[in-house]
Design a protein around this ligand. Structure first.
Ligand code: ADP
Ligand code: ASP
Ligand code: MG
Length: 402
């Protein structure tokens, strides 16, 4: 007998028929003699709808109240799924995040799991119940509800798998696994049999929504092997693990991220300490800077350009405008950009990889504004309008069509 954690995303429980479909998958797993813990997200677009509802009332809703509201989405799913499982004749209990022992820090809207007290989960499993847990939520030390950030149910599932030393953690979604690009957008995207934690972490961080990046980080840390698969089509999915077969691929995937802003500081004094003062100010305000470009000094001045999350663009500009020593410089923010990236452990040993990517862009007349590389990824910043075309072109250059 094994202990299996199964997570189902919003589209997998979007309506009554889908909830019954999930109940069937779960109860089949239980019937086969396994202990089963199920983690579910809010139905369909519920979380987006709740965010919209909040904005209708208060554009700047307090984050604590927003978490109180958003946690309701997952509460609906767990109770409905438990009712469906019960109607099929299986013993089941639903638990909210706090009932399942999820303790988090107090960063409302982006809380981190501190620990899971697994007593209740273990007690329910000992009673042979199927346990259905609300993803995306926990409780802080003030006994207030918190949420883990968008896509956080993946992290809830991995955290439970780690805490209970589960034999398997299956992430069921609306596509058949992890693909070489978003299969809904890129024709010819191919399903991967396997991928390493490190590659998956890059893909998730750089825009592949299929897994939340924190869940991958946690899976790597606690050595939880993940399987990403479809809740609608019972075929083998993708395994995420430490070492993965490269399947003769130079890269593992292409991603795009439109949640980017470019901030330019033009004509700043070419003196020592300028970069230090700028970026320490930004980090004091928790603004995470991604790619940085600095020009050579000329006639006593230079330009510094950097990328941040879109929301942080205007905040960064306001902060910089308050810095006296930047007085003579021009500060501008461009939010119409996107980051397009390729990821793959194979590129480390293939020197032509960057050239091939840049050539694909050049062939389509797409201009590169910034470039950043690491051992297993290359990212470029381009016009947001060109992002879809760029991804398709790069994918075609690297992934041969079957
Ligand atoms: P869930 O609701 O199950 O958590 P998500 O919407 O968060 O599902 O993630 C699944 C979606 O991720 C897919 O529908 C797909 O459009 C998108 N996606 C983006 N990049 C990839 C990729 N490389 N492989 C698979 N899916 C991807
Ligand atoms: N319901 C939450 C969201 O939409 C959590 C999740 O889906 O993982 O972000
Ligand atoms: Mg998701």
């Amino acid at each position: 007998m094994a202990l299996i954690v199964q997570k189902f995303g919003g589209s997998s429980v979007a309506n009554a028929e889908r909830v019954r479909n999930v109940a069937k998958i779960v109860s089949d797993t239980y019937k086969a003699g396994n202990d089963v813990v199920v983690v579910v997200s809010a139905q369909g677009d519920t979380t987006d709808d709740l965010i919209e509802k909040a904005a209708e009332i208060n554009e700047n809703a307090p984050k604590r109240e927003l978490d109180q509201l958003l946690a309701a989405g997952e509460q609906i799913s767990i109770s409905l799924l438990a009712m469906a499982i019960e109607s099929m004749g299986f013993p089941v209990i639903s638990l909210l995040g706090w009932q399942a022992g999820f303790n988090t820090n107090s960063v409302y809207g982006a809380a981190r799991i501190k620990n899971i007290k697994p007593n209740r989960l273990q007690a329910e499993l000992a009673k042979h119940n199927i346990v259905v847990v609300a993803g995306f939520q926990g409780i802080n030390r003030y006994d207030d509800l918190t949420t883990l950030g968008r896509g956080g149910s993946d992290t809830s599932a991995v955290a439970i798998a780690a805490a209970l030393h589960a034999d398997k953690c299956q992430i069921f979604t609306d596509v058949e696994g992890v693909y070489t690009a978003d299969p809904r957008k890129v024709e010819g995207a191919q399903k991967l049999k396997e991928i390493t934690y490190d590659e998956m972490l890059e893909l998730a961080t750089l825009g592949a929504q299929v897994l939340n990046n924190r869940s991958v980080e946690m899976a790597k840390k606690y050595e939880v092997e993940l399987e990403v698969l479809s809740s609608l089509n019972p075929v083998p999915g993708t395994i995420v693990k430490e070492v993965a077969n490269m399947e003769k691929m130079l890269i593992r995937g292409v991603t795009q991220d439109k949640d980017v802003a470019l901030v330019s500081i033009l004509g700043v004094q070419d003196n020592p300490g300028v970069a230090f003062k700028i970026f320490s100010k930004l980090s004091q305000k928790n603004i995470n800077v991604d790619i940085i470009l600095q020009s050579f000094g000329r006639n006593g001045t230079k330009d510094i350009v950097f990328s941040v999350n879109k929301d942080n663009g205007p905040v960064a500009v306001e902060l910089l405008e308050g810095l006296g020593f930047l007085g003579g410089a021009k500060i501008v923010c461009d939010t119409s950009v996107a980051k397009v990236s390729i990821v793959g452990a194979g590129m480390e040993s293939h020197p032509g990889t960057a050239t091939k990517m840049f050539e694909a862009l050049f062939d389509r007349g797409i201009n590169i504004k910034m470039i950043s590389t690491s051992e297993i990824k290359i990212s470029v910043i381009i016009d947001a309008e060109e992002a879809d075309r760029a991804v398709t072109a790069i994918h075609k250059a690297f992934i041969p069509n079957d």
